[in-house]
Ligand binder design. Structure first.
Ligand SMILES: Cc1cc2nc3c(=O)[nH]c(=O)nc-3n(C[C@H](O)[C@H](O)[C@H](O)COP(=O)(O)OP(=O)(O)OC[C@H]3O[C@@H](n4cnc5c(N)ncnc54)[C@H](O)[C@@H]3O)c2cc1C
Length: 390
């Protein structure tokens, strides 16, 4: 099994990226700023999936950076994925969200828990930008509390048959494969949850309603009605709930990396404004009150980035660990809300205008604390860890 955890050298280099990661960051930043940043609002407005950007990320090796080379990837780690997603978050939320599944938990769950046949079927297409993976956990009556999930799967000869309804699913309109969290019908245990892969064209899978969102991207309902897949599509059953929660730490960590990117993009815009805008007869950046806002933003961003890199670099058993991911996510999500709000204020009334790069960062930052487990849920997990209850 290929190990996608960081090398010892990368672990040591927590405070400074090594040469390879520095180059990766420069490449991702260049592409994101040159190709994605100026069109970010257009993607939000037209609500389309940014295929063009995904193709570019695939061509440059960024999309498959954390997949093994034998599946067309770059052989990198969660740290590589976090570095790329920070850059995408700093320039274009739509693109960061589009790439999150390919760089994150869906594909890594297939890599670590899937059969070789599954890996060969999906992963080269993911690295090449042809296969988009959706993840289906949330249900109308089961969000934070996954154990309340009612979607079931039953065995029927050589098939698995799924029934249930998922909601708020990203990229369901374009995904070729869905990683579906489900309860095993013949297992009464509270933790009888695992995951099954469902291809898009499977009879009984229906992408239902589309919800318009604050970030512009669509979220979808997905219905499974006697949806029959081959038994070989079983991704995890034995110890499934623990394994899928472990995999989900990857989502937490990368969601946090996007928050860091969003905050950094906002503060970069604030710095540029502070250098050019005159107020009260002097540059905005000459007012002490404004200088302290810029400095506070930087302090918060630096701290969040270190937490994210720590969580990514300390991955073990294939995925970041729960405590480090929860700490990084909570801090980075809340930090991004504060920094982007500070930034909008620094633009004054002009910050309210959508063409001015301030309001978009505040909207983008709102995603972090909603997806991937809310700060309340992270705090519950952190407290359980501290009290030795896990
Ligand atoms: C942009 C976006 C993309 C998403 N993409 C996906 C996707 O691709 N796939 C997917 O499966 N889901 C996705 N989701 C859904 C997301 O994972 C859920 O919204 C999230 O898990 C919260 O569940 P909920 O909305 O049902 O809120 P609830 O669980 O109903 O929670 C409501 C509020 O109560 C708080 N709360 C709940 N339980 C507790 C508790 N025990 N203690 C303290 N506070 C609590 C929560 O923190 C929250 O603030 C997405 C959401 C967003 C916003």
């Amino acid at each position: 099994m290929t190990d996608t955890t960081a090398s010892p050298a990368q672990r040591r280099a927590l405070y400074e990226l090594d040469d390879e990661l520095t180059e990766l960051r420069a490449l991702a930043r260049d592409i994101a700023q040159r190709e994605f940043r100026d069109l970010a609002l257009d993607w939000e407005r037209n609500g389309e999936f940014p295929w063009r950007n995904i193709a570019l990320l695939a061509e440059t090796g960024l999309l498959g950076v954390a997949l093994p080379e034998r599946y067309g990837g770059g052989g990198g780690s969660w740290l590589h994925a976090a570095v790329v997603l920070e850059e995408l978050g700093a320039s274009c939320y739509t693109t960061a969200m589009a790439a999150l599944g390919e760089l994150g938990v869906q594909t890594q769950a297939i890599l670590h828990y899937g059969s070789e046949e599954m890996r060969e079927r999906y992963l080269p297409g993911v690295a090449a930008g042809r296969v988009i993976c959706a993840i289906c956990m949330t249900e109308p009556d089961s969000g934070s509390d996954l154990s309340a999930m009612t979607t079931t799967v039953r065995e029927d000869g050589d098939s698995l048959v799924l029934n249930g309804r998922k909601t708020l699913i990203s990229r369901a309109d374009v995904a070729q494969v869905f990683v579906v969290f489900t309860r095993f019908a013949d297992d009464a245990g509270r933790r009888s949850i695992g995951a099954v892969l469902v291809d898009r064209d499977t009879p009984g899978l229906q992408v239902a309603e589309r919800f318009s969102t604050l970030g512009g991207e669509g979220l979808y309902g997905v219905v499974f009605d006697e949806c029959r897949v081959p038994a070989g599509n079983l991704l995890v059953r034995e110890d499934g709930f623990r394994k899928m929660l472990h995999a989900f730490n990857g989502q937490r960590c990368l969601n946090a990396a996007i928050s860091v990117g969003i905050a950094r993009g906002a503060n970069d815009a604030a710095l540029e404004h502070a250098r050019s805008r005159v107020a009260g007869g002097q540059l905005l950046g000459s007012h002490q009150g404004i200088r302290w806002i810029l400095a506070d933003n930087a302090i918060q961003i630096e701290a969040a980035r270190l937490l994210v890199h720590r969580a990514a670099a300390q991955a073990s058993d294939g995925f970041p660990r729960r405590y480090e991911s929860a700490v990084a996510k909570t801090f980075a999500n809340e930090m991004a809300l504060k920094v982007t709000d500070n930034t909008l204020q620094l633009f004054g009334g002009h910050g309210w205008i959508d063409e001015v790069p301030a309001e978009r960062y505040l909207r983008w930052a709102r995603y972090g604390p909603l997806g991937g487990g809310t700060p309340h849920i992270q705090r519950n997990g952190i407290a359980r860890h501290l009290l030795g209850e896990l």
